[in-house]
Design a protein around this ligand. Structure first.
Ligand code: C2E
Ligand code: CA
Ligand code: CA
Length: 620
């Protein structure tokens, strides 16, 4: 049989065929359905869908015949693909000079009749054909020709769909920012490891993240953060061997999968290599930025035979190191810790789809100190507070019961911020808390925390306006608490956002003051209605003269500006007395009351008032 000539653009055609990643894959029901249909519609014993590769014809689906491929030189379809727009019909192969001496014609299976319709890709390249064969000479009438054409068009569509899915999942497997793999790539690798456990030595799974990535973002903005992540990925990639996998999981978190690791002793060596790779100087805007990483690692199958469990262990070890509760190696990692990957996934599930309510709220009383001297304001009586803004209130604090534990907000709020989930979370808290507070007796007001990350996203005023309208809570009884992080890098946006909330009549508190890069100038520059002094300052009262001096300055400035001062985290009577002496307006802390569920708010308030009133008596 003379070899068929090659189609025009054969190299491109082959490249397109290869890109589909369909050659040598398992049979699929869609394609088998078409060949079955071809047999029955055209009344033939044999039908197949084959693809013409460089040197072979490979069958994706076949009926009535054996084998999965033939040499290209023996393929009738090698001729069919030369004419992408028509059905090739060989009425009697013995009479056709191209096929008369074909082994399948002269011998078994005794081909006499062949008809093949080209199967095309999106751009019209004929990649293969749907074809039928009979043992006797035959013709196809117009209707049969049409059927074969239609079936081939169906296969073409299925093939193109296969291609599209392929492209999408390829794209889903890389992280566009760093070029590292994505979580999907890691999942695929873990699934593979489950199917085919490592044979030579073990496979190491390492998780690492950058210490202080938030600060880098705060200081150098998003562009600086992105450049840092790209640099990290480049350096990590250099330490890898060809089969190893680098994946960016989220934010500044990367995972590495390294194959062929003989012993657990090799783990510290790999970790050392990674740290060395990070040690070189890296600068942003001419400023040297240290790239310090934390690593958690585990070995498959030595640590566990289940790849997912190994990942979870590496995760828990990283988490332990970050929190300083373990050195992150060997067996001393706290297995109870779910690790951050798990947490993040649970959080995503908790928040999406909307409408689910996995969280609860706790409320912690904030009690006015000055007013009590005049007249206590118990929960169930109604004298309006003397001062604007309301002396007493409750701060709503989110609680996340998950897997029988209560996960502290400090663990999942930053995660929600990085994962872009914070707007869902804050919105939920705001709406829920406003609905609850609307039922409280006057003058009890509500404070709600809104994350700095959320302010940067914009739309805060709209959200607050909506929450007030939905709940019926008067604007004057709501205070939004913002930390100064907002002010550092969202200066103009923050000013506008705070002003628009104040214009609505909502209070805005500067939260955690004295905790971070606190600056008294924030109080001047932004229209806050309250300042909340961080527990860090309160805790040192009585021991650290400086803390007392700072607090005195804050109180003085606050009062000059007409901004009341709240002290957070009051735990001892002594602290309360000093705060009182310094002229602090309100107090919040475990001494007064712990955060409690909605239905215990009244008792908590009575208790808190009791503590403050008692202190007043002592103070005299
Ligand atoms: P924060 O806004 O400074 O909230 C006060 C935190 O101090 C609360 O921790 C509270 O339980 C704790 N606390 C109160 N009194 C004392 C005390 O006397 N001693 C000590 N050691 N701690 C005390 P919590 O509930 O764990 O919240 C931690 C942080 O998480 C909050 O700090 C806030 O920044 C954030 N957060 C809490 N709920 C939300 C929320 O609904 N949305 C947002 N965006 N952030 C929230
Ligand atoms: Ca707060
Ligand atoms: Ca605070």
């Amino acid at each position: 049989m003379p070899a068929a000539p090659k189609p025009a653009n054969e190299a491109i055609r082959l490249a397109r065929l290869r890109a589909l990643n369909i050659l040598d894959t398992a049979p699929e029901a869609v394609f088998d359905g078409f060949t079955r249909l071809a047999c029955s519609v055209l009344q033939v014993p044999v039908a197949a869908f084959s693809l013409i590769d460089a040197d072979r014809q490979w069958f994706k689906s076949s009926r009535g015949m054996e084998g999965t491929e033939t040499p290209r030189d023996e393929a009738f379809c090698a001729y069919t693909i030369l004419q992408p727009n028509e059905v090739t019909v060989v009425a009697d192969a013995r009479l056709d000079p191209r096929f008369a001496d074909h082994p399948g014609v002269t011998g078994s299976p005794g081909i006499r009749f062949y008809a093949g319709a080209p199967v095309l890709d999106r751009n019209g390249f004929a990649l293969g054909a749907l074809w039928v064969v009979d043992h006797a000479p035959r013709e196809l009438d117009m209707q049969e020709l049409q059927h074969l054409t239609d079936l081939a068009a169906g296969i073409s569509a299925a093939l193109q769909l296969h291609g599209a899915v392929q492209t999408l999942s390829e794209a889903g497997r890389t992280d566009p920012l760093t070029g590292a793999g994505s979580r999907a790539a890691l999942d695929a690798t873990l699934a593979q490891l489950r199917e085919a456990p490592p044979r030579n030595g073990g496979t190491a799974v390492l998780l690492l993240d950058l210490d202080g990535f938030r600060q880098i973002n705060d200081r150098f903005g998003h562009a600086g953060g992105d450049a840092t992540l790209q640099e990290m990925a480049t350096r990590l990639r250099r330490t890898l061997r060809p089969r190893d996998l680098l994946v960016r999981l989220a934010g500044d978190e990367f995972a590495l999968v390294c194959h062929g690791i003989a012993t657990p002793q090799a783990l510290p060596a790999i970790e050392g290599r990674l740290r060395t790779a990070m040690a070189d100087t890296f600068a942003l805007d001419g400023v040297v930025v240290p790239l310090r990483i934390s690593i958690g690692s585990a070995l498959l199958p030595q640590d566990n035979a289940d790849p997912e469990a190994v990942l979870a262990l590496a995760d828990a070890r990283l988490y332990a190191r970050k929190r300083g509760t373990g050195d992150g190696t060997a067996a001393n990692a706290p297995l109870a810790s779910p690790g951050r990957i798990r947490l993040r996934e649970a959080l995503r599930e908790a928040l999406l789809p909307p409408g689910r309510e996995p969280f609860t709220l706790a409320f912690q009383p904030v009690i006015g100190l000055g007013e009590l001297r005049r007249a206590p304001t118990p929960w169930n009586r109604n004298p309006p507070p003397a001062r604007a803004g309301g002396g007493h209130g409750l701060e709503a604090l989110i609680r996340w019961p998950s897997d029988g534990r209560l996960i502290p907000p400090g663990d999942f709020i930053p995660m929600a911020e990085e994962g872009g989930l914070i707007s869902h979370l804050d919105r939920w808290v705001l709406f829920r808390a406003c609905a609850i507070a609307a039922l409280w007796p006057r003058p009890w007001s509500l404070s709600v925390n809104i994350s700095a990350a959320n302010v940067a996203l914009g739309g805060m005023e709209e959200m607050v306006r909506e929450a007030l309208a939905t709940s019926g809570l008067p604007a004057a009884r709501l205070t939004v608490e913002l930390t100064e992080t907002v002010l550092v890098h969202e200066r103009d946006g923050a000013l506008a956002a705070i002003q628009s909330l104040r214009d609505l009549g909502v209070g805005v508190a500067l939260d955690d003051f004295g905790g971070g890069h606190a600056s008294l100038t924030y109080l001047h520059r932004f229209p806050f209605s309250v300042v909340k002094v961080d527990r860090g300052l309160v805790r040192n009262l009585g021991e650290d003269a400086r803390a007392e001096a700072v607090l005195a300055t804050v109180v003085e400035l606050g009062h000059t500006l007409g901004v009341p001062v709240v002290a957070e985290g009051v735990e001892t009577l002594r602290e309360l007395q000093i705060l009182h002496r310094l002229g602090v307006d309100r107090a919040q802390g475990f001494l007064l009351a712990r955060p409690v569920p909605e239905n215990q708010v009244a008792q908590a308030i009575e208790a808190a008032i009791g503590v403050v009133a008692g202190a007043e008596i002592i103070i005299g």
